[in-house]
Write a protein that binds this ligand. Structure first.
Ligand SMILES: Nc1ncnc2c1ncn2[C@@H]1O[C@H](COP(=O)(O)OP(=O)(O)O)[C@@H](O)[C@H]1O
Ligand SMILES: [Mg+2]
Length: 322
């Protein structure tokens, strides 16, 4: 069964595109069939997957506005099993053109329904707004992941995002589950960063991924080579963290089934989330805005994010094939 996950946060620069591209790569390395949909006109996941946005003949704009079949725009990437529905800056026009169209919120959903049986996971990279493009992404999604940068005002805007999800449920009849928040650009030497991690876990227990993504130069460099971290620097801190995040997401696939997760003990040991560091300092009161707390609790969460058991597929074997 295909699962569609929007990575969404209306703040820019929080790690949405980086997360989509790298989670996608590790899911593919685990033998899953994955489609990345670049729904942001800035085209960062398109270029990050090695596709030049300015050389595209067909892209997401044509799918959303001209009725182009998605399979005509989808292309393979340098990672086996990872496909891309690319975009470029023209997509910004779609956000405006669609406003007067019928079924304007359902365009992406309808398009993806044509190809969803080809994929285990469809990951949508959302633009930094809650406009019509993001709404199209949400309406096409079963789940969301919220990347949250470890910074002051980390939670700002999350309440608005969750309200939008409620509005979609109430007005468009589409239910979206929050898989969880993933903390990004974490620097364990930075007290504020440690406090944000602690505050997030305190406010949203069981709803924050165990995998915390560290600030890592290789993660910032990889897109300039059109590569995922799996291809560029697999054993970097960032590579290990995204591998673990992908495995947590894979673990959710088996909720209710006998095998509940695929993360290995080794990976758990490698976890960059150094709980001793994180737990060693008391958070300063009010360091993180908590406007979202109540709304967040109301939203249905599919599961806790426990990581246990052993993998079905050897990641190393998969990576050798890439
Ligand atoms: N963990 C990280 N460590 C270092 N740089 C990062 C990390 N995650 C993202 N970046 C960089 O930060 C910038 C914003 O990340 P991006 O994924 O594009 O955010 P968004 O899609 O939310 O706007 C990019 O230049 C990206 O390369
Ligand atoms: Mg982005």
């Amino acid at each position: 069964m295909s699962r569609t996950i929007s990575f969404v946060n209306q703040k820019g620069g929080v790690g949405k595109s980086t997360s989509v591209v790298n989670v996608g790569a590790f899911l593919a390395a685990h033998g899953k069939s994955v489609l990345v949909v670049d729904l942001d006109p800035q085209a960062n996941s398109t270029s990050g997957l090695g596709v030049d946005p300015y050389q595209l003949e067909w892209h997401l704009y044509h799918v959303l506005t001209n009725g182009l079949l998605p399979e005509e725009a989808i292309r393979k990437t340098g990672v086996a099993g990872l496909d891309l529905l690319p975009t470029n800056t023209n997509l910004a026009g779609a956000g405006i053109e669609l406003v007067t169209q019928p079924n304007r919120e359902f365009r992406l959903r309808e398009a993806l329904s044509r190809v969803s049986t080809n994929y285990d996971y469809i990951l949508i990279d959302s633009p930094p707004s809650l406009g019509l493009l993001t709404i199209n992404g949400l309406v096409a999604s079963d789940f969301i992941v919220i990347p949250v940068q470890c910074e002051y005002y980390a939670l700002e805007g999350i309440g608005h995002l969750l309200k939008t999800i409620e509005l979609i449920r109430d007005n468009l009849g589409h239910n979206i589950n929050v898989l969880g928040a993933v903390l990004t650009m974490y620097d364990k030497r930075n007290r504020l960063n440690r406090d944000v991690v602690k505050e997030m876990n305190r406010n949203f227990p069981g709803r924050v991924f165990n995998s915390v993504i560290p600030r890592c130069v290789s993660l910032a460099e990889a897109p300039s080579f059109g590569k995922t971290i799996l291809q560029y620097d697999l054993y970097s801190k960032g590579g290990k963290a995204y591998r673990q995040l992908a495995e947590e997401i894979l673990g959710l696939e088996n909720v209710g089934a006998p095998e509940t997760s695929v993360a290995t003990e080794a990976v758990a040991e490698e976890n960059i989330l150094n709980t001793e560091d994180i737990n060693s300092s008391e958070p300063e009161a009010g360091i993180v805005a908590t406007e979202a707390s109540n709304e967040f609790v109301d939203v249905e969460i599919v599961t806790t994010l426990a990581v246990e058991n052993s993998p079905e597929v050897s990641l190393e074997d998969s990576i050798k094939q890439i």
